[in-house]
Design a protein around this ligand. Structure first.
Ligand SMILES: NC(=O)c1ccc[n+]([C@@H]2O[C@H](COP(=O)([O-])OP(=O)(O)OC[C@H]3O[C@@H](n4cnc5c(N)ncnc54)[C@H](OP(=O)(O)O)[C@@H]3O)[C@@H](O)[C@H]2O)c1
Length: 239
């Protein structure tokens, strides 16, 4: 299948590499191809320049966000920075018409001045916006009514999402939520191809609120386990 990943960040790279391994044709979207290829320094998170990744994965096709969305057979993964995702996706709504959009974005607002800051090993914890009474996934679905949005992957590091067996032999839980059952089935099939067996359907897209808010406890668990950011651990719903 031709699967598109919108984004060149660390998470998007994990999906790109795994999907190539699974035999798919992988198309990656970026704002501006030449600008992305011209970068020679790691980003603020220490992620190496995209040209290095491309040199190691020459079968990836890099296009603009719009071209990449249009090129997908059906499934598009959204790996655009959460705070900028609605605007970027709205601009390519026509190219995403009819597609299944699996969103793993966290709507972090990095530049904020909280009254009661949460100090982290690298600064102040970003703020979730929206939060509680709305979610990024719902905002995307409202902005793109002709696209079938599924929220998934977001409760894990994407390196874990594409390799669940690397933790407890894969005995942990992944979630999906969305209003379109067929779209959710497609996201579930992709997760099964990645190796997930415990996939819990949280029902309609409104459940994305909880999945996105989980980002804070994921960070807290990571800090408790000694990770600066993220962490290599799983979440198991025992029942
Ligand atoms: N990495 C993970 O394991 C992980 C896990 C769970 C959730 N998440 C969440 O998933 C999202 C993506 O994470 P990531 O680590 O894969 O990548 P990221 O570094 O957060 O985002 C990189 C992508 O965002 C795009 N971008 C940045 N600013 C933009 C703007 N103003 N307008 C349009 N596009 C913009 C970049 O475009 P260019 O390609 O043009 O530079 C790039 O493709 C984030 O919300 C993150 O919090 C990540």
């Amino acid at each position: 299948m031709k699967i598109t990943i919108l984004g060149t960040g660390g998470g998007a790279r994990a999906h790109s590499a795994k999907l190539l391994e699974l035999g798919h044709k992988v198309i990656v979207g970026t704002r501006d191809v030449q600008t992305t290829l011209a970068r020679t320094e790691p980003d603020v998170m220490g992620t190496p320049p995209y040209r290095d990744f491309l040199a190691e994965h020459p079968r990836v096709t890099l296009m603009t966000f719009g071209e990449a969305a249009a090129a997908a057979d059906e499934v598009v993964i959204n790996g655009i920075d959460g705070h900028n995702a609605v605007a970027a996706l709205s601009a390519i709504a026509d190219q995403l018409q009819g597609k299944v959009l699996i969103d793993y974005g966290v709507p972090y607002l990095y530049a904020h001045q909280p009254v009661h800051p949460w100090p982290t090993p690298w600064g102040i914890m970003p703020k979730l916006e929206p939060c509680d009474t709305d979610s990024l996934a719902e905002q995307i679905q409202r902005a793109l009514p002709r696209t079938r949005v599924v929220k998934s992957f977001v409760t894990q590091e994407q390196t874990t999402v594409v390799d669940p067996a690397s933790i407890a032999g894969g005995d942990h839980t992944m979630f999906v939520a969305g209003d379109d059952l067929d779209a959710k089935d497609q996201a579930t099939s992709l997760l099964q191809a990645y190796g997930w067996s415990d996939i819990l359907d949280l029902g309609p897209l409104v459940s994305a609120r909880g999945m996105e808010m989980y980002a804070h406890i994921h960070s807290a668990i990571g800090f408790a386990l000694g990770y600066q950011f993220g962490g290599h651990f799983g979440l198991k719903v025992v029942r």
